[in-house]
Design a protein around this ligand. Structure first.
Ligand code: HEC
Ligand code: HEC
Length: 295
């Protein structure tokens, strides 16, 4: 703040307080002249206006407020650039609180950082810390209960795109993942795509048109097996989903499957290494692991 505005604020604030005091003082004086005439001279409809002093308790409250504001402005920042005698600042308070939290949690983080995820997932305090990190960081995509949303996998069902071992989960969180399902809209005609939709549906046990599904099966074994495997069971190294379990990332209706095949899908799990750091990622990995590995 420039000196001009600082003084501007100081002068207005001090003038206000002084003005209030002057006003109080002045009304007190008026009480002294009580003896001459108790009314102000205003009369309306036979009602006279008396010049009574303000009640004592009210005056005292006013005085206390004024004293408080002066003491406050001397001790704390408020008068322009004057920092206050206590040297208190918002930033200072925030830093102190952060430092206090670090001092409390740093030893815990450090202890848990060297505990294997499978063991951590059985320690209540650790999974609760992991859950808090999850709710802050991951819920926007995976939902606050980790059950996912269309395009964002359910993390509680022990059905994994990339694998559910502790190490794989931690890798997914630290380095992120990128699903690469290529678009086939330019490769196949409508009949061929319909055939593939029928075949993919049949893999998950849906009722389908078997002659169309037969066309689909041939195409699948030419084009899709590289990633999804000849029997459609998927490939975790590529994040290619198992197509036989009736668990869907993007939806299992004929329309969703057709759209996946025509336009492709590119789900992105952002890397969280920089955002969380390895110790917090370790804790949240333990929480995710605990969701599908409960006794
Ligand atoms: C911006 C959205 C987004 C955020 C935020 C996000 N994720 Fe993900 N996550 C995804 C998507 C999308 C995928 C699936 C990637 C794919 O389709 O290949 C995924 C995949 C995963 C996987 C792999 C699942 C499997 O089946 O193999 C794990 C584990 C995971 N996320 C955990 C987390 C955790 C823990 C956090 C919070 C620290 C988090 N994610 C935050 C979008 C997100
Ligand atoms: C290059 C590897 C690759 C090829 C080839 C491929 N896919 Fe995929 N497919 C994927 C990946 C990876 C995903 C997951 C995309 C994501 O995570 O966003 C996927 C997702 C899907 C899904 C969505 C599953 C769900 O749970 O919602 C369907 C359906 C599918 N593929 C069918 C096919 C069919 C049919 C073909 C052949 C025409 C095919 N894919 C070829 C890699 C491939």
């Amino acid at each position: 703040m420039s000196d001009f505005w600082s003084w501007w604020i100081i002068i207005i604030a001090v003038a206000n307080i002084a003005g209030c005091w002057a006003l109080l003082y002045w009304t007190r004086r008026m009480k002294d002249s009580e003896s001459e005439d108790e009314t102000t001279g205003h009369v309306y409809d036979g009602i006279q206006e008396y010049n009574n002093p303000l009640p004592k308790w009210w005056l005292n409250m006013f005085n206390i407020c004024l004293v408080f504001s002066v003491v406050y402005l001397v001790l704390y920042p408020g008068l322009g650039n004057f920092p206050g005698l206590l040297g208190w600042t918002q930033e200072g308070q925030h830093k102190e609180e952060v430092a206090a939290a670090k001092a409390t949690y740093a030893p815990l983080f450090a202890k848990y950082a060297s505990t294997p995820i499978a063991d951590l997932s059985k320690i209540k305090q650790a999974t609760e810390m992991g859950k808090r990190i999850f709710v802050n960081t991951c819920f926007g995509c995976h939902g606050s209960d980790a059950r996912g949303n269309p395009g964002y996998p359910n993390l509680t069902d022990n059905d994994w795109l990339y694998g559910g071992s502790p190490e794989t989960i931690e890798q997914s969180i630290l380095n992120g993942r990128r699903g690469m399902m290529p678009p086939f809209g330019a490769v196949f005609n409508a009949e061929q795509i319909d055939g593939l939709v029928q075949y993919v549906g049949r893999l998950s046990g849906h009722k389908v048109d078997s002659s169309k599904a037969a066309i689909g099966q041939t195409l699948f074994n030419q084009q899709c097996f590289v990633c999804h495997g000849a029997n459609g069971k998927g490939n975790q190294a590529l994040g290619a989903p198992n197509l036989t379990d009736n668990t869907w990332l993007y939806g299992g209706s004929a329309t969703s499957i057709a759209e996946t095949i025509r336009k492709g899908r590119n789900g992105v799990m952002p890397a969280h290494k920089d955002l969380l750091g390895t110790e917090k990622a370790h804790l949240v990995a333990a929480y995710v692991y605990s969701l599908s590995n409960q006794e």
